[in-house]
Design a protein around this ligand. Structure first.
Ligand code: ADP
Ligand code: MG
Length: 260
């Protein structure tokens, strides 16, 4: 028997020549990127270089910003996500998002996670819904800590627990892709380490794109890294290559701390 090729990862999310304008001002220029499935891709670069803007293109969050216009193509499983006939609510279930600041709903721990499966009709019964909630909390590494507080407000949890609750909420609808925008920036080092470990486990099931301003974090959690500068994607590749042997001077300057 032939041995299989080492880890050929499928590409189901592709961006081609993506540009973004806020009114007259162009914030992103001609970005083309393949996002490998079941891996973590990090977006790095100095503040204001367009990382969040690019992330928001992937689940059409930019639609909600007045005056924002996106050009170019983004496909998920070959489907144009900017196709006018596409249901954006459904897209956002397929492409979940976790924000910088944990933002649980002002509802119970249980309801935070049950909300998505309920509106998307994923549970056939109450027992079914409970099973999804418990499985999502377990997968987010939170269940043991909250199993006796499921009816208490999600906002009463610690910051790190709230962020894991937001991750549980995102995964409860079985997304294909999870976008994370500096998910640890509001957390202390211990809570950060817990989330980083979780991200590493989640990539077994999900395709993850994470924005981080920490190269150490990119090195710890991601297999692929893309470096942005002033709205341009300068360089992308395996994380260890980008962080140790980048080809471009701008990337070198950034990773050695000369810019950013
Ligand atoms: P990053 O996440 O890398 O810090 P952003 O994507 O937030 O960068 O911003 C990229 C550029 O787009 C910046 O110049 C920023 O000022 C601009 N920008 C971001 N969001 C908006 C917005 N809602 N309206 C106008 N300009 C914006
Ligand atoms: Mg940002």
């Amino acid at each position: 028997m032939r041995t299989p090729d080492p880890q050929p990862r499928g590409i189901r999310l592709k961006a081609r020549h993506v540009g973004v304008f806020y009114g007259e001002k162009q914030a992103l220029f001609d970005v083309s990127l393949d996002v490998p499935e079941k891996a973590v891709t990090s977006l790095i670069g100095p503040s204001g270089c367009g990382k969040t803007t690019f992330l928001r293109c992937i689940n059409r969050m930019n639609d909600t910003i007045e005056g924002c216009r996106v050009v170019g193509d983004i496909t998920l499983d070959g489907q144009d996500i900017y196709d006018p006939s596409l249901d954006v609510v459904e897209l956002r279930a397929r492409v979940g998002m976790v924000f910088q600041k944990p933002n649980p709903f002002p509802k119970s721990v249980f309801e935070n996670v049950a909300y998505g499966p309920r509106i998307h009709g994923l549970a056939r019964s109450k027992a079914d819904l409970e099973e999804i909630v418990v499985a999502s909390l377990k997968r987010a590494g939170l269940f043991e800590e909250v199993k006796d507080r499921l009816r208490e407000p999600g906002t009463g949890l610690s910051g790190g627990q709230q962020q894991r609750l937001c991750i549980a909420r995102a995964i409860a609808v079985s997304p294909e892709v999870i976008l994370m925008d500096e998910p640890c920036s509001a957390l202390d080092p211990i809570a950060t380490a817990v989330i980083e470990e979780l991200i590493d486990e989640l990539r077994e099931h999900f395709t993850i794109v994470i924005v981080t301003h920490s190269m150490q974090q990119a090195a710890r959690v991601s297999q692929k890294t893309a470096f942005f500068h002033l709205g341009w994607l300068i360089e992308e590749g395996p994380t260890e290559v980008i962080l140790t042997h980048p080809r471009h001077k701008k990337t070198q300057d950034y990773i050695t701390g000369r810019i950013g």
